[in-house]
Structure formats: C-alpha cells, structure tokens
Design a protein around this ligand. Sequence first.
Ligand code: PRP
Ligand code: ZN
Length: 286
Amino acid sequence: MNDILRIAVQKSGRLSEDSFALIKECGIDFQNGIGQLKAQATNFAAEFLLLRDDDIPGYVADGVADIGIVGENVMAEKGKNVEIMHRLGFSKCRLSIAISKNAEYHSIKDLEGKSIATSYPRILQNYLKANNVSSSIHEISGSVEIAPSIGLAEAICDLVSSGSTLFSNGLKEVETIFKSEAVLISQKNLSEGKAMLLNKLLFRIKSVQNARKNKYILLNAPKSKLEEIKRLLPGMRSPSVMELADKNWVSVHSVINENDFWNMIDALREAGAEGILVVPIEKMIL
Ligand code: PRP
Ligand code: ZN
C-alpha cells in the first residue's frame, strides 16, 4: 500500500496559521520553500497543496485533493459534493447582514427590494428565500464593507469575527445568517488506503483537541480531606493518589477540563488543597 493523502490547506489567510499549527501538533512535518505550493510530508504519507481557500472545496470534490481544511462558510457557499469529516474548532466566525449604523431596522422584511453586496451570494440567497424576502444581490469579491458608503448597495453580507471591520466602516450587524468554523472535508470516494490514512490523521487530530481542552493538575492535600477532593476531581478514570513523606499528606494528580477550570481551582482550595500545579497536556489518547 503506497497511497498518499493529498491535503489542501489555505496558503495564507484566516485559516492558515491554525491549520499549520494543528498539522504540526499532529506530528506531521513538511518543508516548503518560499512560494512553493506543494510540499511532501517527511514523516507521514501525505502531500500538502497550498491553495486559495475558495478553491479548496472544488479541488476536494474533484479528487485533485483528497481532503482539505476550509471554513464551513466557504464550503457552504461553493455547494460542492464534499463531506465534513470533523469540525476543527478554530477560525470561528459568522456570516452576517449589516447596514449603516444610522439606518433603522426592525426585521428582515426591511431588506425587501434593497440591494445587498456580498461575496456569499448562495448562502445569502438561501437565507432570503427561506424568509420570503427578495433583494438584489451584488456579488463582489472583497472589501465588501465599503459598498454602503460608496452607494454600491444599501446593505452588505460578510464575515464577522471581532466586528472591528464593521465598526470601522460605520456599519451595524442586523442578522446572523450562518455560523462557521474550520472543518476538515473529504471527497466522497476515498480509496481504502487513503481512508486508512485519513482515519490515522483524524485520530491524531482528536488527541490534539482533547489535550487542548484539558489540563493536568497536581496538588497536595491533607489525608483527612482526600475523599472530598476526590469527589471534586474527575480524572480520566479516577485521580492518582500518592503518599508523601509526611504521612498526613497525599499528592493527587488528575485531568480537568478548561471550561470549569477556575471554579474547580476555587473548590479545591476551599477543600484544603495546597501547592496546586497546572500543566498543559501535549497529547491525550482516550
Ligand atoms: C473577513 C471579512 C471581513 C473581516 C471581518 O475578511 O471579509 O472583512 O474578515 O473580521 P473582523 O470582524 O474581525 O473585523 P478576511 O480576513 O477573511 O479576508 P477575505 O475576505 O479576503 O477572505
Ligand atoms: Zn477568502
């Protein structure tokens, strides 16, 4: 079996940095020279194609690439025959309709007969149709936020992340029409060999994601408080407990979730924990 998985990644842009970081954390190395758009992994049967994000769904659907990392917004807009294999949790953003900050707005019906500039005509059209509104859509490929101020359109529909581009251009968000994050997409007819490579990659991605969500925690506790502390800590199975030189104290090791991190720390301190160390986890294989 000498299959090679061809992976399409955005060359530069909102997804690139996090995509490359994820690949690196999955233990896959590749070298690409300046301006080189194809790179072979040195320690995994994979080859990377560095592309414009808008081209990725099409390349994957056509089988030029086997899989790709792309924004769900681009995937939905292109409407290509690809499958989402995994949500990657980064590059979260939304596609929203915005109008001049001084304009009045009550509901989506206010957009009836108005002109809207966007790079996402397909998603926008579907949304308007679902709401029984007809507007005229002006497709433009970039700098969409400028459209209202130069009289090109009365509203825009574009990606919003921090909201600062809207703010700087005197616009306000009035409808969120699509929520997006980076996703791993695949063509639908992978060979058996390539499907195996994809599974191997997905396994690594999940291990990296689990590690990012969790922290390893070490603490000392008086033996008398051990039961209370064990009840607080989940751990992978149950926390590890080790005797200390001082027989009245134990050391407890466990894994806690980032979401309830500070609440957990407070509760542990109240329960008598001391010398709490929190350590990042590099990989987490469940
Ligand atoms: C997007 C979008 C907005 C901006 C919003 O552009 O077109 O202009 O980001 O981000 P903000 O809410 O944080 O200001 P992007 O950087 O993806 O470039 P592109 O439109 O050329 O793909
Ligand atoms: Zn783009």
